[in-house]
Design a protein around this ligand. Structure first.
Ligand SMILES: NC(=O)c1ccc[n+]([C@@H]2O[C@H](COP(=O)([O-])OP(=O)(O)OC[C@H]3O[C@@H](n4cnc5c(N)ncnc54)[C@H](OP(=O)(O)O)[C@@H]3O)[C@@H](O)[C@H]2O)c1
Length: 309
């Protein structure tokens, strides 16, 4: 298949694009500027110029593709609408990256027994209803003849990168303390980057039109993650703090997200797509693996930089 990956210069998109290419597909990565195009070339991906916010460039990028994997921005409604328009009535496939965050249940660090399954009737919190509405719109387009799929990765980790773990690591490095909100008993699902890439490839090849998949290998409490952050950086035990302090440390949205429960059933991807996550587990990768390699000695280097400043 000729596959266009948007967001291909990003954490998730690059891994997906490289894996799909290695599986034998003809992959182009979309980037919106010269440095992005160069980065794609250096990563061994065929660069295609395009901007999710520029309809003409997006249209041109999609033209030659049999499938579009969108990993750039789950909240760019105009791009989503245009992509739906471009694939409807064609054989092109469209995979949308959403996220398990749509299931966010605010809890201030308390646990929850609610587990979400694809296809259930549920009402997202107002802050995420917009993203969820887009998911529904993308799936509903299948009724009009579009081959659409929605993928919801959990907290992605691997290669010492991603979004949430580095937010916690940076704050702990800066302040010399690793924090969790409340009792830290809230749970969040997670999935290794390589497993995400495999799931996307399987979905590209075999997910039926209008389908949706939660992608999670396991779940952790935020306290377990905060303890792991403390261990990687050689700090004392992680400390419980009120939500307000967590918010001051990492920003309100991250603090709310990381003190919430997101619990999902992710069996469907295993049974329908034959997906088998292989790990390593988040805590192992954090404490002993890629995060230790990338972040483990940073405290010293940051202090050194500070001393020179
Ligand atoms: N990381 C996770 O744990 C996770 C989990 C679930 C869902 N997600 C979702 O997955 C998506 C990607 O996440 P990520 O962690 O890979 O983020 P990321 O590293 O920031 O990558 C985002 C990519 O999208 C590109 N992009 C953004 N706006 C664009 C535009 N207008 N036109 C063209 N390209 C554009 C960026 O290009 P530039 O390089 O030019 O900025 C970058 O390549 C996001 O929607 C995120 O919410 C992420």
């Amino acid at each position: 298949m000729r596959v266009l990956v948007t967001g291909a210069t990003g954490y998730l998109g690059r891994a997906v694009a490289q894996h799909v290419q290695a599986a034998g597909h003809d992959v182009a990565g979309m980037a919106r500027n010269a440095s992005g195009l160069q980065a794609l070339d250096a990563a061994g991906l065929r660069p295609v110029p395009g901007d999710l916010s520029d309809p003409d460039s997006l249209r041109a990028a999609v033209e030659d593709a049999d499938a579009v994997i969108e990993t750039g921005n789950a909240d760019n409604d105009r791009a989503t609408a245009l992509l739906l328009d471009l694939v409807t009535g064609t054989d092109k496939r469209y995979l949308r990256t959403s996220g398990v965050a749509v299931y966010t249940e605010l809890s201030g660090g308390e646990p929850s027994s609610t587990v979400h399954v694809e296809g259930e009737d549920f009402t997202p919190i107002p802050e995420l209803s917009h993203r969820y509405d887009q998911d529904l719109r993308v799936m509903a387009a299948a009724k009009g003849g579009a081959h659409t799929v929605v993928l919801r990765p959990g907290m992605v980790y691997g290669q010492g990168g991603s979004e949430q773990l580095p937010v916690l690591l940076r704050a702990a490095l800066r302040d010399g303390v690793s924090r969790y909100a409340g009792r830290g008993l809230n749970r969040y699902p997670n999935v290794h980057l390589d497993d995400v890439a495999r799931a996307y490839r399987l979905a590209l090849e075999s997910a039926p039109p209008g389908s949706e998949y939660n992608l999670a290998a396991a779940e952790c409490t935020m306290r377990e993650i905060a303890d792991g952050v403390a261990r990687v950086l050689g700090l004392g035990p992680a400390v419980p703090v009120p939500l307000e302090e967590m918010s001051q440390a990492i920003g309100l949205l991250y603090a709310l997200g990381m003190s919430s429960n997101v619990r999902v059933d992710a069996v469907k991807a295993r049974t329908e797509l034959g997906w088998q996550p292989k790990g390593p587990s988040l805590l192992d990768d954090l404490v002993n693996g890629s995060y230790r390699r990338v972040w483990g000695d940073r405290e010293v280097s940051l202090m050194t930089e500070g001393a020179h400043a």
